[in-house]
Structure formats: C-alpha cells, structure tokens
Design a protein around this ligand. Structure first.
Ligand SMILES: NC(=O)c1ccc[n+]([C@@H]2O[C@H](COP(=O)([O-])OP(=O)(O)OC[C@H]3O[C@@H](n4cnc5c(N)ncnc54)[C@H](OP(=O)(O)O)[C@@H]3O)[C@@H](O)[C@H]2O)c1
Length: 317
C-alpha cells in the first residue's frame, strides 16, 4: 500500500466539510494543512478538524514542502490563479468546479500541469459516483437505443445576498455554479457540442441567476438544460434514446442514487449502490497521484468544459 497523499486546503470554504468527510474515508488520503486569509480562522478551523498545520496565507501553505497536493475551493475567479500558483509550487491540484470560464485559461493551467508532470483535475464529484458509470454502461449497451436527447436541470433558491455565487467579480452565476453540472453530464454522454443557444436572466450584482441552454452534439444528438439560483430546488437528468428513456432523480449529489429505465411503456428501477462521491473522487485523485489509476477527469475534459462554458455565455449575449 502506498503512502497516503498529503493534502493542503486553500481556505476555510463551507464546501470543505463535505469534501473532507468523504475524503477522510478514502484510501490513500491524508489532510496535512489548511490556509486562510485570516491566521486565527485557519488555526481554529484546523483545531476543530484535527488538521496538524494551519497557515495565515495561501502562499505559506504552498511553500510547505510536505504538502503534495492542494484542494482549491476558492471562489470561481480564484480557481485558475491559485491553481497556477499551486502548480508552480510543485503541487498536484484538485480544483473545485467550474475550473475556468474560458478555454484559454484552462489550456494555460493544464499545459503548466503537463509541463511540470503534475495532475490537475476539476472537482466534478458527481461524475465519480457509481450511478454515472452505470448510466454510461446502460447507454453503451443500448438500453435506450440510439442516443437522441439529453435533458438536465439543477437549481436552488440562494438565501444569502452576500454569497460569492452572486458576485460578478468572483465569477458567480447559475451556469458557473450549477449549470456546469448539466453541461458536463451532456458532454459526458454525447461528446463535444458544435452549436450553442442560450438565454440568461441577470440578478445579484450582474450575474446570471437563471440560465437556459440548448446544444447540438455529434450524430445529431441534442441537449437542453436549465440552471437557477433563484428557483425551487430541482435536480434531474434524463437520457432519451430512440427506444427508451433513462432518468436519474438525484444525478448531482447522488444521495438517492438509482436509475429508472422506461421502455415500451414499462418502468424498470435499476438499483445503484450508495456511495459518497467525495470519497470516490478523493480515491481516484490519490491513486492517480501514486500512479495506480487513471485520472478520471483530466486535461481534455477540463479544457473542453471551459470551452463550452465560454461558448454558452457568448451565445447568451
Ligand atoms: N463540488 C461540490 O459539491 C460543491 C458544492 C459547493 C460549492 N462548490 C464550489 O466550491 C467553491 C467554494 O464554494 P463555497 O460555497 O464553499 O464558498 P465559500 O463558503 O464562500 O468559501 C470560499 C472561501 O474562499 C476564501 N476567499 C478568498 N478570497 C475570497 C473572496 N474575495 N471572497 C470570499 N471568499 C474568499 C474564503 O476563505 P478564507 O477566508 O478562509 O481564506 C472563503 O471561505 C465554489 O467554486 C463552488 O462552486 C462545490
């Protein structure tokens, strides 16, 4: 068994607790350090979670030679800049979604990772849940016949006006925050899109609080999705073929995993084992860093996802 990978966390972001709870169950993961813009906050946060080292700046954490890999859950606008700095410091990086808003930014970061021989991955934890592997195998086995349509949705009502998701300067917005999952799932199922149509509604300090998109993929597959930060909670993924439909009630969090196959008027419920997607994600990253597994989400996926986000914002005007 390889040595556990020693991780450092940039910031005391709210999402850390979910990611850490899963990652701490993962084989090969250990958390060594956390950094915050505020040293006292870093110390208190680390003490509560029994994390050995706490730093009062992100720079200090990146200078720690014992940190091998960095988890970057900063606000979206800081994903690429701090990922570049982490790579320059010789660390592997797991960066929260959405990694980048433009293809050029993503290309630059993945090129640097390749140049340094480091791994960089966008943290689409939903993709690591076994229900997505099962969905892909059902499609590949022809469970619904030839793929024709993908439909996805992800929305929730954001309570706090001060949330980073409502800040244009921090690159918030519905497409960036939740629509990116719908887009990623459509790309995972259908390949890379060639045509984009989209509309958005603004809120917060000028971000898209609602976003609706339609895309064309190879072989005439179409996809449409919507995302919202001021709508009721909804999360759904439907995969439509010539002969049937696959439907996931909880595609993004995977708390209620399971797939419904509707074919010929009959519904078959396909059970999927429970799994913590954050644990699965951490296991893939740690094994890939040790050279024991392929990285599930690497450069090709990260760059193509950023390219599609850029095209969708351009289409929405
Ligand atoms: N994969 C998932 O399931 C999932 C779920 C939720 C969120 N996310 C992603 O995770 C990221 C963080 O989301 P979150 O809701 O956890 O954010 P959050 O609670 O607002 O945390 C962001 C952290 O970034 C640091 N920070 C640095 N510069 C900042 C600035 N100018 N303004 C605000 N904070 C700043 C702060 O930590 P310090 O003060 O300690 O430095 C802050 O706690 C986002 O990219 C989001 O898309 C992913």
């Amino acid at each position: 068994m390889s040595e556990p990978v020693r991780w450092g966390i940039l910031s005391t972001a709210r999402i850390n607790d979910k990611v850490l709870a899963g990652a701490r169950e993962a084989a090969g993961f250990s958390v060594l350090a956390v950094a915050s813009r505020d040293a006292a906050r870093a110390r208190a946060w680390a003490a509560e979670r029994e994390i050995p080292r706490a730093y009062g700046s992100y720079e200090e954490l990146l200078a720690d030679p014992d940190v091998e890999a960095v988890y970057n859950p900063l606000p979206n606008a800081l994903h690429v800049p701090w990922t570049l700095r982490a790579l320059q410091a010789g660390k592997h990086v797991l960066c929260e979604k959405p990694f980048a808003r433009t293809a050029a930014e993503a290309e630059r970061a993945y090129a640097l990772a390749a140049e340094r021989g480091l791994l960089l991955s966008e943290a689409f934890m939903y993709r690591h849940h076994p229900q997505i592997a099962r969905l892909l195998s059902l499609v590949a086995e022809g469970a619904v016949g030839r793929l024709r349509l993908v439909r996805a949705q992800f929305s929730f009502p954001l309570a706090e006006a001060s949330d980073v998701r409502l800040s244009a300067a921090l690159e918030g917005g519905a497409l960036m925050d939740v629509g990116c999952y719908c887009l990623h799932a459509a790309r995972t199922l259908a390949g890379e899109p060639s045509a984009f149509a989209a509309v958005q509604e603004h809120g917060g300090d000028g971000v898209d609080v609602r976003f609706a998109a339609a895309l064309r993929f190879p072989d005439g597959v179409l996809a449409h999705f919507d995302a919202g930060l001021d709508c009721a909670e909804r999360d759904e993924l439907e995969v439509v073929g010539e002969a049937g439909t696959l439907w996931l009630d909880d595609p993004w969090h995977g708390v209620r995993p399971g797939i419904s196959l509707v074919r010929g008027g009959a519904v078959q419920e396909i059970a999927v084992p429970a799994a913590n997607p954050y644990r699965c994600q951490a296991e893939n990253l740690c094994a890939a860093i040790r050279g024991e597994a392929e990285l599930l989400l690497g450069a090709a996926d990260g760059v193509a996802q950023a390219r599609a986000i850029e095209a969708l914002y351009a289409a929405a005007g």
